[in-house]
Structures are given as C-alpha cells and as structure tokens.
Design a protein around this ligand. Structure first.
Ligand SMILES: *Cc1c(COP(=O)(O)O)cnc(C)c1O
Ligand code: SF4
Length: 338
C-alpha cells in the first residue's frame, strides 16, 4: 500500500479572492441589481469570453446603474456579438512574433514573456481575448527554452512580464524566473505589466514584495487603470507598499467609449495617479479586436478629449497617446494637433 502524504495548501488571501470571483452574468446582475433584460444576450456574449470579476472590484461599482464606467468594462453585452470587417481575432498580429512558446518579441530590445495565461478580471475590450493561451506552456522545465532565447540575444536589455496577468502566477514561479533573468548579464530591467494590484489589491503581499526587492533588476510596474473610480483606499495602500520598496510605478489606460472618453475623467485620473506616485505612461487607442467595437471612440472625439488634457495637465501628467500598428517597431504616437 502506498502511504499518501497529505499536503495542506495554505492559500494566500489574494488567491482566495481570485477563486471567489464572480464568473457568471446571472450573479453580476443579481449582485449589482441590474435589469434582468441584460441576461440572455449577455450570457451569449460570455460564451465567447468568460465573465470574471473579483468581489473587491465589484465593490467599486454602483448598484442599479447600467452606465457605471467600471461595470461597462466587465459586463458582457449583446453588442459584442456583432461582426465588423476591420475587427479581427489577432489585431496586433502577435502570433507572427511568437518565436517560442510564451515569448512575444516584436520590439528589438525588449521582449514579452507570457508568464500567466490567466487574468484576475476579464476586460471586455481586451486585445488578447482570443489569444490561444492553451498553446502556450506553463511548465517550468520548458521555461529554459524561453530563457535561452533571451540569453542568445544580447540586443535585448529589458524583459517584460506579461500575460494574461503575470501577477496571477505564483510567487514561486515569478521569483524563480526573475532570478534566472537576473543571471543574464545584458538584461538591465524587468518590467511587470499588470492589472492585479488594481483589481485585487491584496495581491501586493509580503511574499511578492520580498522577491521584488531582492533582485538587481529594479522592477518597474506598469499598472492598468482606466478610471479614477478604480482607485479606492485599498488600491492606494497597495501602491504605497510598492513605492516604499522603491518600485517605479507607471500607468496605462485604454481610451474607451462611455468609460473614460471625457477629458474631466482622464484629468482626474492623472491627478489621482500623481497623488499615489504613479506616472501616467500611455493612453492607448482601442485595438480592433472582435467583440469590442462598441468601445471605439471616433477621431473627432479623440482629438477633443486629448487636446483638453493637454491644455490642463502638466507634461509629466499627460500620458502619451498611442496606438499599435502591426508591423511597426514601436507603438505609434498619435498626433492630434494637426
Ligand atoms: C507594448 C509592447 C512592448 C513595450 O513597449 P514600450 O513602448 O517599451 O512600453 C513590448 N513588446 C510588445 C510586443 C508590446 O506590445
Ligand atoms: S487585465 Fe489586461 S490582459 Fe487581462 S483581460 Fe484585462 S486588459 Fe486583458
């Protein structure tokens, strides 16, 4: 007979919060007291891209308000089911730049590693909503091949943890990968692109801070916040903890119709970010991904919103307006002044 040792897995608080997330339209509608009319079409849209929202994010959504800017980011709606000619499943042509499993290398000196295929929240406008994550490995042994790719390319000086959301991965993997990457002499920086500290602030726990502060790579964290209502006191506290150990914080937003396509909202966001020592980095135009056309902001509106931001914000609080064009060697700066 085989003696089995029972392993009791103690889950961190953030992992419990992740598991407790809302994953059905029905529960969203009930919890937020929304009209049941939203149900059937929403459920159909959810079949294409699952609902996922942590309770800590739901707390920041107003009840009975179908126009709440946070709700619009996570609620599947019937508009997602419409097809448009110029909206595709892989708008950025990432599959053409996927030299190895888990590696996306488009820009010469920085490389993305898909550390986790999973996100803590499913944003309806996400450009990776159709990415074939199941074909990307998660097996640690196979990470060696990705690391080898980076090691063999001295032109790469920055590694970006991406996903999904890289902070959905366990700290054991993140800390191991960071150690391996720090052993590659030509890597100067580690960047972490994540929405987790915003949607589950308890993710910034001692275990995470420990590996982040014990690497020579000085991690830079690029957050993803679209609206000032997303920053509550728990988020502020998590950002403070990161700043305390010297992590530089940047933010990128996506310009989204009815969510933040208003200069007052984006100016308030920049000011709030400043008070948390976060620098606004990019304001992205929406990528034309299938299912997200209802978030599209037209040219005239983009120009009006950004010009007003320029008029009010100091340069260091003005995010760069960018879009991604397949085939380009960097993001493209969008000019609104001509
Ligand atoms: C956005 C992006 C980067 C990082 O670009 P920065 O302009 O340095 O922030 C790197 N690789 C890919 C594939 C990207 O999409
Ligand atoms: S957190 Fe980022 S990667 Fe994940 S669904 Fe939202 S936009 Fe997409």
């Amino acid at each position: 007979m085989h003696l089995q040792t029972e392993v009791i897995q103690i889950k961190n608080r953030w992992q419990t919060e992740l598991i407790d997330s809302v994953t059905s339209v029905q529960e969203l509608v009930t919890r937020l007291r929304l009209s049941p009319k939203l149900l059937s079409k929403g459920q159909k849209a959810a079949l294409k891209f699952q609902v996922r929202v942590p309770l800590s994010y739901i707390k920041r959504i107003r009840h009975s308000d179908p126009k709440d800017p946070l709700l619009l980011q996570i609620l599947p709606v019937k508009e997602e089911l419409k097809k448009y000619e110029d909206y595709s499943q892989d708008p950025l042509n990432e599959l053409n730049h996927n030299p190895k499993s888990c590696v996306i290398h488009k820009y010469r000196n920085r490389v993305l590693l898909i550390v986790s295929s999973f996100c803590a929240i499913n944003c309806r406008y996400c450009f990776r909503r159709h990415f074939p994550y199941s074909q990307q490995h998660q097996d640690r042994e196979k990470w060696f091949s990705a690391l080898e790719y980076v090691t063999n390319r001295p032109e790469i000086n920055e590694v970006i943890f991406s996903g999904g959301d890289p902070l959905a991965a366990k700290d054991s993997l993140l800390s191991w990968l960071t150690k391996k990457i720090s052993e590659i002499p030509h890597i100067k920086r580690l960047r972490i692109h994540t929405r987790l500290p915003v949607v589950i602030p308890s993710r910034i726990d001692d275990e995470l801070l420990l590996w982040m502060q014990s690497t020579r790579l000085k991690p830079i964290m690029v957050l993803h916040i679209n609206h000032p209502n997303e920053i509550d006191s728990a988020v502020e506290e998590s950002l403070r903890r990161l700043r305390k150990i010297g992590i530089r914080l940047l933010n990128q937003s996506v310009l989204l119709k009815n969510v933040n396509d208003c200069s007052n909202v984006l100016i308030a966001l920049s000011e709030h970010l400043y008070s948390c020592e976060v620098t606004p980095y990019y304001l992205h135009l929406l990528d034309p991904v299938e299912g997200a056309a209802h978030f599209h902001v037209d040219k005239a509106r983009i120009k009006a919103v950004y010009s007003e931001m320029q008029a009010v914000l100091p340069g260091f609080l003005l995010p760069r307006l960018v879009k991604e064009t397949p085939g380009e060697l960097s993001k493209t700066i969008v000019c609104v002044n001509d």
